[in-house]
Design a protein around this ligand. Structure first.
Ligand SMILES: [Zn+2]
Ligand SMILES: [Zn+2]
Length: 427
């Protein structure tokens, strides 16, 4: 990739920021980097910044989150009772219940366990270890935390306790119509955990942590020199020669393979989007769950679930689920197809809007899992035999696959290619 002009003479305290969305390089003096929101001059996207709070605050929040996670798992989220029979919902109840159905449902159970238990737990542990190590460890050994921090960043989009909480809320509201329900200790812990985690993400500052792991300035390219930005840690450095040995084509900070753009981005995005589009039909046409009450069986598709919420008069919730489960997956499929089409046409129209839309679908994509979590929670907590029983159906497996595939497709898509294509730089 050609270096862009106009980033002035090098100053030792300056940091180079390459926009993740359009590839524009910026030079930010150290004083500007702290606390202020910086926007890309070319596409308007947010450039990462240092949060104003010290790293100790983030460490305290991460530790609190870990304790709350233990509480949320040790105690039930809510209790249910029907005609003298009692049940409870633990965080892990859904996956355990799904695994009993075997086949694809066991796979779904593993996915739910991963998104709501394994990934959040590993993520929180990694954050605590890295922050504690950077705070108290020998600065000469800070580089050792790079693989851990890289893993934490890769896991983060799949840590879905916030989405899970909303799924629990929808499940709880639907349950409250049929049986007696009470929020329990685990539920309060989960609510507090989601809040603490949101604060933690705000105070963390990915770039600050990377810059504590290794100072980016010594490897900064000289003005006019070809450069490359690391996909993972955003380090900007002089582009290695194409014939350089493999080891030299890795990021010196996080060991990621250096490439000007995500490799195979367009073909992988196309493959994943097509697979998701095929599964979109069964995901919406097949029932996602069956409810049996006093021998009467009713099946629910995603849309029927929304309708039921409307019938119950819970229209804000109905609107939310409709948006997350129906609008978002569809919007992701259409947007990704549109981006690919515009790149093929080398079009320069609506570049800023397309970039903004990309960031939006990347941000909201994970919320489509509300329904997956809801079905898993209902199946786990409503097992009262003849009185009321909920079972998952094939549609929820397709639906979960659509959500996962579109999330992967969005992650594989490199928005900078839209800008390259418009400027005729795409090879
Ligand atoms: Zn930009
Ligand atoms: Zn890197």
């Amino acid at each position: 990739m050609h270096p862009r002009e106009g980033w002035g003479p090098a100053g030792m305290s300056d940091t180079l920021l390459a926009c993740r969305d359009c590839g524009q390089l910026h030079r930010a003096p150290g004083s500007v980097l702290a606390g202020k929101g910086l926007a890309c001059v070319r596409c308007g996207s947010n450039l990462s910044r240092y949060p104003p709070l010290p790293i100790e605050v983030a460490l305290a929040l991460a530790t609190t989150a870990l304790i709350l996670f233990l509480l949320a798992n040790a105690y039930p989220i809510f209790l249910v009772s029907l005609e003298g029979r009692a049940g409870q919902d633990l965080l892990i109840s859904g996956p355990l219940r799904l695994s009993e159905y075997g086949g694809p449902f066991a796979g779904l159970g593993m996915l739910v366990a991963g998104l709501s238990f394994v990934v959040p737990l590993v993520w929180m542990c990694l954050v605590v270890i890295v922050l504690a190590g950077l705070r108290w460890g020998d600065p000469a050994l800070h580089a050792r935390f790079a693989p851990l921090w890289k893993t934490a960043l890769l896991l983060y989009p799949w840590s879905m306790l916030d989405v899970y909480l909303l799924g629990t809320y929808v499940a709880y509201t639907r349950l409250a119509e049929a049986v007696e329900t009470n929020v329990a200790t685990g539920g309060y812990a989960l609510g507090a955990l989601v809040l603490v985690q949101a604060l933690l993400v705000l105070t963390l500052g990915r770039r600050r942590v990377w810059d504590l792991i290794a100072d980016p300035r010594p490897v900064a390219p000289r003005p006019g020199e070809p450069w490359v930005a690391c996909e993972i840690c955003q380090l900007v450095l002089a582009a290695p020669a194409t014939e350089a040995p493999r080891a030299e084509r890795r990021c010196p900070r996080c060991a990621t393979h250096l490439a000007p753009r995500q490799r195979g981005s367009l073909s992988v995005t196309l493959a994943l989007t097509s697979a998701a589009a095929i599964l979109y039909l069964p995901a919406n046409l097949l029932p996602v769950m069956t409810v049996e009450r006093f021998g009467q069986v009713s099946t629910y598709t995603i849309l029927a679930g929304v309708e039921e919420l409307l019938h119950l008069g819970l229209w804000p919730l109905a609107l939310l689920v409709f948006f997350a489960s129906v609008v978002v997956p569809m919007a992701k499929l259409i947007s990704l197809a549109w981006f690919l089409h515009m790149i093929r046409r080398r079009s320069g129209r609506w570049l800023r809007e397309r970039t903004r839309l990309y960031r939006f679908i990347d941000f909201v994509g994970r919320w489509s899992n509300i329904d997956v979590f809801m079905v898993s929670i209902l199946a786990a907590s409503l097992q009262f035999g003849f009185l009321t029983t909920v079972d998952p159906e094939a549609g929820v497996v397709s639906f979960a696959a659509v959500v996962a595939l579109t999330m992967l497709a969005t992650a594989a898509f490199d928005p900078r290619l839209m800008w390259d294509a418009a400027e005729g730089e795409l090879r």
